[in-house]
Design a protein around this ligand. Structure first.
Ligand SMILES: Cc1cc2nc3c(=O)[nH]c(=O)nc-3n(C[C@H](O)[C@H](O)[C@H](O)COP(=O)(O)O)c2cc1C
Length: 270
């Protein structure tokens, strides 16, 4: 990969060197240059340069979004933005367009991942019959697990009771879209984390598109143990595994208040 510096523009501030997470960049006689080491393609060297002196074909400036006019949210706005996100469990029948889902997932993929490994892909299910089959597989898997694990017994009882009482789907909440995050099987622990970070970004971005989301933990748990009927149905590639699942749709209700959580627990060293 080629690292290009316009030495006439470079003010030798060293920001690119300081921000490079792997220490690859060093100061040369006129400007920064590649030293020894690797690159994780984070793009920081190009993104931080105050004079646009640096470009790198691994992370071209032309593909980076210009943030110079971006005004950071005030602390109050940011707090409300984060606190106003809710798990949505009531959706209108309106389908979410492919364009909107793509827009949502294009932001999801911007989430941080360990050493910038990224690697999360997505499977979007919108066919109601397929969603119903997935639900059936997940329910069957939960039933079988409930014979082995007390906690699963509680979950299984809860969802069957819910379904009986309300005559509604307790797994996917009758949402029109189900999104699976898939991560490489190799080093799956990391991929699982990455899937969660990416879906969390999707959850946070969704309300700005008028969308609501809810995690589907049981579909994830069933997928991440490679439950054969689910893997078969979805044709999950051999080298990938389900790392997370969310439902997406247009919410029926508006939340008027942001609930409190347990009190903050924190310690400081002094
Ligand atoms: C990993 C994960 C799995 C979850 N699984 C489910 C689920 O299977 N069904 C569901 O209704 N909610 C699920 N949730 C949503 C939580 O219940 C919800 O985040 C929590 O009650 C707090 O509510 P809030 O998201 O509205 O703040 C899950 C959340 C996470 C983070």
């Amino acid at each position: 990969m080629e690292f290009m510096v316009d030495s006439e523009r470079c003010v030798r501030c060293g920001a690119c060197i300081q921000e490079c997470p792997t220490g690859l960049l060093i100061m040369g006689d006129e400007s920064p240059k590649k030293g020894r080491g690797g690159c994780i393609l984070c793009g920081h060297c190009v993104a931080v340069c105050p004079t646009e002196a640096i470009d790198y074909d691994g992370t071209p400036r032309a593909q980076q979004v210009d943030l110079r006019d971006y005004k950071t949210l005030s602390a109050e706005e940011a707090e409300l933005f984060l606190r106003s996100r809710r798990s949505v469990r009531q959706f209108s029948k309106k389908q979410v367009s492919k364009e909107e889902i793509t827009r949502l997932l294009n932001v999801a993929r911007m989430a941080p991942t360990s050493t910038n490994t990224q690697g999360v892909s997505y499977m979007v299910i919108q066919n109601p019959e397929t969603i119903a089959k997935i639900r059936q597989h997940v329910t069957t898997w939960m039933e079988s697990m409930s014979k082995l694990y007390a906690q699963m017994r509680i979950y299984y009882r809860t969802i069957t009771l819910y379904e009986k009482t309300h005559n509604r789907d307790p797994l996917f909440h009758e949402a029109p879209t189900l999104v699976f995050a898939l991560a490489p099987k190799r080093n799956f622990e990391r991929g699982l984390e990455s899937s969660h970070f990416c879906l969390s970004y999707a959850e946070l971005f969704a309300p700005s598109l008028g969308l609501g989301t809810c995690w589907s933990g049981f579909a994830e748990y069933c997928g991440k143990v490679d439950y054969e009927p689910l893997v078969e149905l979805l044709q999950i590639p051999d080298d990938k595994r389900i790392g997370g699942a969310i439902v997406v749709g247009y919410p029926t209700h508006t939340f008027r208040r942001a609930p409190e959580r347990r009190p903050l627990e924190v310690t400081f060293d002094k």
